[in-house]
Design a protein around this ligand. Structure first.
Ligand SMILES: Cc1ncc(COP(=O)(O)O)c(C=O)c1O
Length: 386
């Protein structure tokens, strides 16, 4: 079709995501797909029944703009139980269309032309495009190679009067690293006396291993008072396609957030909000999630011990990074594609998460898969480079 008009893209840098590219390649070559960042299993019978029940009971029309009140109340109680944090369900909690909408609405509500936003590379891919769409400038600080920790001195050096916000993400996608209490305290100290806001992406809050505690910004009142906190029900309950999450922020920030949410989403689907109210009110629905994924992580790591890949530390999320530098000096993108074509195993090259495509010869594998899938993937990895 021919259009009579011309236009300039508002997002000229945005291309087809690597996730789409690798998944399409996996399909074309009949490859096992460990590139996708979502579980192979779903949320289970209890949740499905609760959704059905909500639908049958007539909860099929608009929920309040900020979300079904009993769900917001359940979230408020959960935040108090887990992090001793008080969030008012009336004014400080909004149900969103996944973590993605929470991030996008928070950035859109806060970022103006010329504002700088500090974020860490490698970074989850949805932050920078939305910052730029709003006229802001992403300022990347590279995580320390190896353990992907934050060098706070580097952060201090890039902070200036234009810095409007800093985005943190713990547990971290794509690296599986986490922030500890000293990190968060250091951040609080750095921001003291400034007007810099925080966006804390905590969508993997329940997926930490070896007894590590999630250091939610909510635990730190000095930071919480300037922070948007982002969560994803899809990550916690294995249903990323249902598109539900939530955002928490102090009243004055949440008021602005809701102005954007109201006119982009208005409100999220009602029956699922009813169903999640029941789930969130029962801590046993999320308290074992870390142990559940740790078993998968351990199975995967154990099964590739004889391979030429080196498994990097993984303290949280369902992503395992593998260093392949002993196998080839191909770029990570080339190698990921070849692994898919020739060995029938798809992964994600980490360079795509850096603004300047830094290539540390590392690939990301998602282990939110059935044991059999993980064993088959390991069998493949064990043959590569031999
Ligand atoms: C770090 C991070 N933040 C946010 C999201 C988005 O979550 P949702 O699927 O709920 O939109 C994801 C999803 O992969 C993620 O990995």
């Amino acid at each position: 079709m021919k259009y009579p008009h011309t236009f300039r893209s508002k997002m000229p840098k945005v291309e087809t995501t690597i996730f789409t590219v690798m998944s399409a390649l996996a399909q074309e070559h009949g490859a096992l797909n460990l590139s996708q960042g979502f579980p192979e299993f779903d949320g289970g019978e209890r949740l499905r029944k609760a959704v059905n029940q909500a639908m049958k009971s007539g909860h099929n029309h608009y929920a309040p703009m900020a979300g079904h009140m009993p769900l917001r109340e359940a979230i408020s109680e959960k935040m108090e139980d887990l992090y001793s944090a008080k969030y008012d369900p009336e004014k400080e909690i909004t149900i969103t269309a996944g973590g993605t909408e929470a991030i996008s609405s928070a950035l859109t509500a806060m970022i103006r032309e010329g504002d700088e936003v500090i974020l860490f590379a490698p970074a989850y891919d949805c932050y920078a495009p939305i910052i730029e769409l709003n006229g802001g400038k992403p300022v990347f600080v590279e995580l320390n190679p190896g353990d992907y920790s934050i060098d706070w001195e580097k952060v201090k050096r890039v902070m200036n009067y234009r810095t409007r916000m800093i985005i943190i993400n713990t547990p971290h996608n794509p690296t599986g690293s986490i922030l500890n209490a000293q990190d968060i305290e250091r951040l609080a100290k750095l921001l003291k006396g400034t007007e810099i806001l925080v966006l804390s992406d905590e969508v993997y809050e329940h997926i930490l291993f070896e007894g590590y505690e999630h250091q939610s910004v909510a635990r730190f009142p000095d930071l919480a008072e300037r922070s948007f906190l982002v969560y994803s029900l899809g990550k916690t309950y294995h249903n990323t396609g249902w598109r539900l999450g939530y955002c928490l922020a102090p009243e004055n920030l949440m008021e602005e957030f809701r102005k954007v949410h109201q006119y982009s989403v208005f409100t999220c689907n009602t029956p699922m909000q009813h169903a999640f109210t029941e789930m969130i009110s029962d801590s046993s629905t999320y308290s074992e999630l870390g142990a559940f994924y740790q078993e998968k992580r351990d199975l995967f790591r154990e099964s590739i011990k004889g391979s030429k890949f080196k498994a990097l530390p993984c303290a949280g999320t369902y992503f395992q990074l593998l260093d392949y530098s002993k196998i080839t000096d191909e770029s990570d993108l080339e190698f990921a594609k070849r692994l898919t074509r020739e060995f029938k195993l798809a992964s994600i090259p980490i360079s795509v998460f850096y603004p300047n495509s830094i290539d540390n010869k590392v690939l990301r594998f998602c282990f939110a898969k059935e044991s059999d899938t993980l064993r088959r993937a390991a069998e493949i990895l064990n043959t590569v480079g031999k």
